[in-house]
Design a protein around this ligand. Structure first.
Ligand SMILES: NC(=O)C1=CN([C@@H]2O[C@H](COP(=O)(O)OP(=O)(O)OC[C@H]3O[C@@H](n4cnc5c(N)ncnc54)[C@H](O)[C@@H]3O)[C@@H](O)[C@H]2O)C=CC1
Ligand SMILES: CC(=O)C(C)=O
Length: 258
């Protein structure tokens, strides 16, 4: 029987790219997103292409929603093999203006979401008595800290730390936990970051220029596309990655060197 993967935040952007790659790899995929309208549209498009997928709306910051998506995956497909904690949000703010609401919002989704998704998936793998793979969205911002992106960078450093700690605790169940760390990918997230950086630049930047400046240092000379990220997740989700755990692997075309 083909394997089953859940991908959170997969109605669009990198999550959709990851879901499409896993479908190509032969997975049955559960798409999960807070945007129910977009989720239904994406699920319909993928079904029309012949994919064996379902959509489950939910908010990753709610622990119950994460256990619910695992329950629905098992109800529909009988098992769970891979859980991708992809959903995440951005925040662009000068450090002195960061407030409690921003910290709570970004950490609730980017950090709590990863913890709850990991718990829900791990409990299912333990119940099944099978190996399992948990794959988290980190970022180059989980290795490097950026001006105006302090809250976001801190949240991604926390994702890297939870990847390390959970991989150590879950190894005895044959569950691996790894993270992918994208660079500068052209998705709605970067459209928003660019707009906000322009807004905070006092006229120094025009639309598109923050994205261009960030992309300028990429050694391979182009910005990232969802397929680049899908390729790394495809490997991490495969049996070929069975002996890799606790790693936060950078895929950025050569921008941040660790
Ligand atoms: N775009 C980039 O350059 C980079 C992105 N990343 C990370 O990759 C992941 C995906 O990023 P993008 O696709 O660019 O973002 P995006 O903003 O383009 O898409 C995110 C998707 O997640 C969904 N979502 C947002 N909040 C949610 C919640 N609470 N529960 C469930 N779904 C939710 C959105 O509806 C959307 O469909 C994020 O964790 C992000 O931090 C990391 C490094 C670079
Ligand atoms: C969006 C992101 O993850 C950056 C700027 O590294």
């Amino acid at each position: 029987m083909s394997k089953v993967a859940v991908v959170t935040g997969s109605a669009s952007g990198l999550g959709r790219g990851i879901a499409e790659q896993l479908i190509q790899d032969g997975f049955r995929v559960v798409l999960h997103d807070i945007n129910e309208v977009l989720l239904n549209q994406t699920v319909e498009e993928l079904k029309q292409q012949g994919a064996d997928v379902i959509g489950v709306p939910g908010d990753v910051s709610k622990r119950a929603d994460q256990f619910y998506v695992v329950e629905k995956a098992v109800e529909a497909f009988g098992q769970l093999d891979v859980f991708v904690n992809n959903a995440g949000i951005d925040a662009v703010t000068p450090f002195l203006e960061i407030n409690e609401a921003e910290l709570n919002r970004v950490f609730a989704i980017n950090v709590n979401g990863v913890v709850f998704g990991t718990q829900a998936a791990a409990q299912q793998f333990i119940k099944q008595q099978t190996k399992g793979k948990i794959i988290n969205a980190c970022s180059i911002a989980g290795h490097e800290s950026y001006e105006m992106l302090a809250t976001y960078s801190a949240s991604k450093h926390a994702v890297r730390s939870f990847t390390h700690a959970s991989s150590k605790e879950l190894a005895k169940y044959n569950i691996t936990v790894n993270a992918y760390c994208p660079g500068v990918a052209k998705t709605k997230m970067w459209d928003r970051i660019d707009e906000e950086m322009v807004r905070h630049s006092d006229g120094a930047l025009q639309i598109g220029e923050a994205f261009e400046q960030f992309s300028a240092g990429i050694s391979l000379g182009r910005y990232q596309i969802p397929e680049d990220v899908g390729n790394l997740v495809s490997f991490l989700a495969s049996d070929k990655a069975d002996y890799i755990t606790g790693q936060a692997i950078i895929t950025d075309g050569g921008l941040v060197y660790r």
